[in-house]
Design a protein around this ligand. Structure first.
Ligand code: CUA
Length: 356
C-alpha cells in the first residue's frame, strides 16, 4: 500500500481528502452553531454561515491532507542522510492554486454582499429604538412612543425595528444572539441596525465588546411580544412615567428614587435589596446608611453630603477594596440637582433593609 501511494501520491491524497471532506461537512452541518432564529435576518445569516463552512472544509482538509500525507509517505528511510531532489516550481499547479481560491473568495464576497445589502435595506415606517450603552448597563428609549424609557427592551413581533445605538462612555457592542445582528456603540457616533423580530420569546441583550471590569455582567433582556402586548406595555410605561413624575412631585419619593436607581443604571454595578439588584462591581448599598455615617465622619461630611459626593465625584473617596476609575464620573451631568437629591434620600432611606 505504502509503495503504491508513493508511486501515485496524488491518488492517495485525493482519496484521503475526499473522505475527510465528506466527514468534515457532515460534522459542521450537524453542529448547532447558533441559538433560536428570532429575526427575519437569522435564516439568511445561518445559510450564509453554512455555505461558508461547506466552502472552508475542503480547503482545510486539502491543506492538512497534503501535509499529513507528505509526512507519512515521504518520510526518510532509516539511514538515508542524502538531500531531497531540487524542485523548480510547477506553473500549472501555481495557476490552479491561485485561480481556484480567487474564484471561491470572490464568489463568497459577492454572496455576502447580497445578503448584507438585503438585511440593511431601508424599511418603511420602522419602530425607532434608541439604545444607549454605559458602563455597565443598557438603556432603551422609544422616541416615537411618547419618550418611553426602559432598561428592558420590548419589541413587537413582525414589525421592522431600527436601533440607533449610542454610548455614554467607552466602546460597547449591542448584540442579541437570537437576532444575529450586532453593532458597536461608538463614542460620538450613532450606529444603526435594522431588523424584524420574527419569534415571540425572551432573549438576552449582550455587550460584545470588552468595556471594563463589568463587561461580562453588561446584560439586559429583550422580550418579543405580540403587537397587542406591545401597545399595552407602551401604555403602561407611559402611565408609570407620568406616575413617577407625579410621585416625585407629590411626595412618593421612594418610588421615584427606585426608578432613578434603575433608569440611571446604578443597579448594573451595585447591590441593593430594595431595587432587587445584586451586582458586586461597585460597593454594596444595603449598609449605606451605616457606611455613610462612618465614612462621612472620616471626611467631615454629613451622610447626605457623603452619598452626594460619592455619586458626583466617585473617586473623591474610595471605599476599601474598590478602585478608582470604575464608576462613570458624569452622573452630575446626567442627573438634575432634584434627581440627585431624590436618589440620595432614597438610598439612605432603603439601606439597612432585610435582604429578600
Ligand atoms: Cu459594555 Cu462590554
Amino acid at each position: 500500500m505504502r509503495r503504491l501511494l508513493r508511486r501515485r501520491p496524488a491518488l492517495g491524497m485525493a482519496l484521503l481528502s475526499g473522505v475527510s471532506t465528506a466527514v468534515g461537512i457532515v460534522i459542521v452541518l450537524a453542529i448547532d452553531w447558533f441559538p433560536a432564529q428570532a429575526s427575519t435576518a437569522a435564516p439568511q445569516i445561518d445559510t450564509l454561515w453554512d455555505v461558508l463552512m461547506i466552502a472552508s472544509v475542503p480547503v482545510f482538509v486539502l491543506v492538512m491532507s497534503v501535509a499529513l500525507y507528505s509526512v507519512f509517505a515521504f518520510r526518510a528511510q532509516p539511514g538515508d542522510l542524502s538531500d531531497g531532489e531540487p524542485i523548480h516550481g510547477n506553473t500549472r499547479l501555481e495557476v490552479i492554486w491561485v485561480t481556484i481560491p480567487f474564484i471561491m473568495v470572490s464568489a463568497l464576497a459577492v454572496y455576502g454582499w447580497i445578503v448584507l445589502d438585503d438585511i440593511e435595506a431601508k424599511q418603511t415606517d420602522p419602530l425607532i429604538v434608541n439604545v444607549t450603552g454605559q458602563q455597565f448597563a443598557w438603556r432603551f428609549d422609544y422616541p416615537d412612543e411618547g419618550e418611553v424609557k426602559s432598561t428592558q427592551l420590548v419589541l413587537p413581533k413582525d414589525r421592522d425595528v431600527e436601533f440607533r445605538v449610542n454610548t455614554d462612555d467607552v466602546l460597547h457592542d449591542f448584540w442579541v444572539p437570537e437576532f444575529r445582528l450586532k453593532t458597536d456603540a461608538v463614542p460620538g457616533l450613532t450606529t444603526k441596525i435594522r431588523l424584524k423580530p420574527s419569534r415571540i420569546g425572551e432573549y438576552d441583550v449582550v455587550c460584545a465588546e470588552l468595556c471594563g471590569i463589568g463587561h461580562s455582567t453588561m446584560r439586559s433582556g429583550v422580550r418579543v411580544v405580540t403587537p397587542e402586548d406591545f401597545d399595552a406595555w407602551i401604555a403602561e410605561e407611559q402611565q408609570s412615567e407620568t406616575d413617577g413624575g407625579a410621585a416625585a412631585a407629590g411626595g412618593d419619593e421612594a418610588a421615584a428614587g427606585k426608578q432613578l436607581f434603575t433608569e440611571t443604571g446604578c443597579n448594573a454595578c451595585h447591590t441593593l435589596a430594595d431595587a432587587e439588584s445584586a451586582s458586586a462591581i461597585g460597593p454594596g448599598l444595603d449598609e449605606l446608611a451605616a457606611d455613610a455615617e462612618k465614612y462621612g465622619e472620616q471626611n467631615e461630611q454629613s451622610p447626605e453630603e457623603y452619598v452626594k459626593t460619592a455619586i458626583e465625584d466617585p473617586d473623591a473617596f474610595l471605599v476599601p477594596d474598590f478602585n478608582a476609575g470604575v464608576m462613570p464620573p458624569d452622573y452630575a451631568e446626567q442627573l438634575s440637582p432634584e434627581e440627585l437629591d431624590t436618589l440620595v434620600k432614597y438610598l439612605l432611606s432603603v439601606s439597612g433593609q432585610e435582604k429578600p
